[in-house]
Design a protein around this ligand. Structure first.
Ligand code: BV8
Ligand code: ZN
Length: 237
């Protein structure tokens, strides 16, 4: 088999093996009994920026010690081996970059990046915990916000277009550790199927995408994805 074009969509499940809570874990994905969806909105931030920043500072503290797991490392090896490989992530934890991937499309942003609510200041800030909540812009003094996409906010159009292109042209779409319920990200694997490609899903359970997948490999992605890749590599010329 020549080298197939592969597009990958990852969600919080790919980082579960690194100790980062997913969004639907139940108890340990809650913070002070808030659901992420309650606080990950522009309305919540406008109403109480300090509360929203306390939530993100807590998630940054939870993510800071996390290291890439075997699923992340497998995706980095795939990028090195496959000439046409695109990694699209919904995750904001930064572990794909830490694992070695470079051609990454971040659909929902990066928790380690902050941006100003007024001017065009944007910077990486990995301080944990942040010294002041809510943080203010060093340039104009206005409120800083996490550089991520909240519910009800549009994704970057160029990033979304590149992701749609990658999945439209892919022979295989790998969908790893996502509940496939948040749009427009959840649309992406369907672009592959519509063009005659196939979807392979890696999850602990069935999702709304499973009925469209050629196969759903049940189990922890940190085990199932490396095993799949070891087998798949054998057929590459
Ligand atoms: C937009 C950053 C419009 C923030 C995130 C009604 C119907 C349809 C759509 C909507 C609707 N109402 C509103 C919408 C739109 C909304 C949406 O889709 N809502 C959903 C809830 C219905 N979408 C939006 O708002 C998007 N924007 O539509 O804008 C627009 C257009 C133009 C102009 C203006 C506006 C923006 C969505 C982005 C929100 N930001 N993240 C933050 O993190 O704080 S979303 C966040 O949750 C993630 O990024 C991810 O995308 C999403 C889902 O999480 P998952 O990654 O899938 O994680 P989850 O916990 O859900 O699942 C984990 C999975 O892994 C599980 O299946 C589990 O079984 C599995 N798993 C666990 N362990 C393992 C594992 N698998 C393998 N191995 C393991 N070890
Ligand atoms: Zn500013």
């Amino acid at each position: 088999m020549t080298f197939p074009k592969i597009a990958v969509l990852t969600g919080a499940g790919v980082s579960k093996g690194s100790g980062i809570a997913t969004y639907r874990d139940g108890a340990d994905s809650l913070w002070n009994n808030y659901h992420p969806q309650d606080l990950a909105t522009p309305e919540a931030f406008a109403r109480d920026p300090k509360l929203v920043w306390e939530f993100y500072d807590w998630r940054r503290r939870m993510m800071a010690p996390a290291k890439p797991n075997a699923a992340h490392l497998t995706l980095a090896e795939m990028e090195a081996v496959l000439p046409d490989f695109t990694l699209v992530t919904q995750n904001i934890d930064g572990l794909h970059r830490e694992a070695g991937n470079r051609n990454i499309l971040y659909l929902h942003g990066d928790i380690w990046s902050v941006r100003c609510t007024e001017c065009d200041y944007r910077a990486e800030d990995r301080r944990v915990p942040l010294p002041e909540l809510p943080p203010t812009c060093p340039r104009c003094g206005a409120l800083l916000r996490p550089d991520i996409v909240w519910f009800g906010e549009a994704l970057d159009p160029a990033t979304l277009y590149r992701a749609e292109q990658a999945f439209s042209q892919a022979d295989i779409a790998l969908v790893v550790g996502t509940s496939a319920v948040v749009y427009p990200a959840a649309f992406l694997p369907h672009y592959t199927r519509e063009k005659g490609g196939r979807i392979i899903e890696f999850n602990m359970e069935k999702t709304p995408l499973s009925r469209y997948a050629a196969e759903t490999l049940l189990g922890p992605a940190e085990e199932t994805l490396p095993a799949w890749w070891e087998e798949f590599k054998k057929q590459l010329v």
